[in-house]
Write a protein of this length. Structure first.
Length: 311
């Protein structure tokens, strides 16, 4: 079962990496606002098909309206920031910044979930944040808006993930999935007139592929968590750095420089250590282990409600 869960997880993150590759490719020609609008539009049929499986009774009124609103806004900002970051930075640098999410989730779980974080996990957070500084290398390299966008994407996504951990058992799947998707569509649609560029049919097809990749990745991630333990599945997200290196080198002439390599290694090690500590019962809420979605994409489903009884 562990081998199956690893295989499913690797496939999921391969699809996520393909999603990000297309975002970067199209981001050279179109605004993130336009890409998010059309990917949200094309995600609605896929999300509807998934939501038809929701067996819970009720309406679309949130049980926790303020938390749902906060998570929805965070998801919208995360999507906008990550689309901008992928459009303007090397793939490997964006992933290095996004890999800081377990560290940020650990920090945010203290005020939001009342999590008690011990010295070991605080040490891992500091260790990982040192890796982020190495990747950014302030003072020795020119920092761009893309770097800020990548950091904000990690912060907003981490916040959205911790909120799901707080309210996920109380809210219907349809509420957790539909509100961010609809808000992305409405907000980006309102801003579309300022940035719109006509898209040929091939580019529209690629935007559709963004939505499909996010949806298929979510299905594989559900399969991975159902087949194995979260402590096995969670570290598989770091396989995306391999795809970033391959795609970046072959398609965009990007190379993984030494500071990015060292910083990414520190971030990954700290994230794995936090997952390991949580899996050994060092956490009451296991916020990182229960982060089972990618909030940086408008079409990426929140899979936690499909695994309500799975640790």
């Amino acid at each position: 079962m562990a081998l199956r869960s690893i295989l499913f997880a690797l496939l999921a993150f391969a699809f996520f990496a393909t999603h990000d590759l297309i975002v970067k490719f199209l981001g050279g020609s179109y605004s993130p606002v336009q890409l998010i609008f059309f990917s949200s539009l094309m995600s609605f049929p896929l999300a509807t098909a998934m939501l038809m499986r929701d067996p819970t009774e009720g309406n679309l009124r949130p049980v926790n309206p303020w938390w749902v609103a906060a998570r929805t806004l965070a998801s919208v900002f995360a999507a906008l920031c990550v689309f901008y970051a992928f459009s303007n930075l090397p793939l490997s640098q964006v992933y290095a910044l996004l890999f800081s999410m377990p560290l940020l989730i650990t920090v945010l779980s203290v005020p939001i979930l009342g999590e008690k974080v011990g010295l070991h996990r605080w040490g891992a957070v500091v260790f990982g944040l040192a890796g982020v500084l190495i990747v950014l290398r302030p003072g020795s390299a020119e920092l761009e808006l893309g770097h800020l966008a990548g950091i904000l994407a990690a912060v907003f996504s981490s916040f959205a993930s911790v909120v799901v951990r707080r309210i996920g058992r109380q809210e219907r799947t349809v509420v957790l999935m539909l509100y961010p998707l609809a808000t992305n569509f409405l907000v980006m649609g309102a801003a579309l007139g300022f940035v719109y560029k006509p898209m040929p049919i091939l580019d529209l097809g690629l935007v559709g592929l963004i939505a499909i990749c996010a949806f298929v990745a979510g299905l594989f991630l559900i399969a991975a968590y159902r087949a194995g333990e979260a402590a096995v599945v969670a570290p598989m997200q770091y396989s995306q750095i391999i795809w970033a290196t391959i795609f970046g080198y072959t398609l965009f002439n990007e190379t993984l420089d030494t500071p990015t390599l060292i910083g990414t290694a520190l971030i990954i090690l700290s994230g794995i250590y936090i997952v390991w500590r949580e899996s050994r019962g060092r956490s009451t809420n296991t916020p990182v282990l229960r982060t089972r979605q990618r909030n940086q994409s408008p079409g990426a489903m929140n899979i936690s409600p499909f695994l309500r009884n799975k640790r």
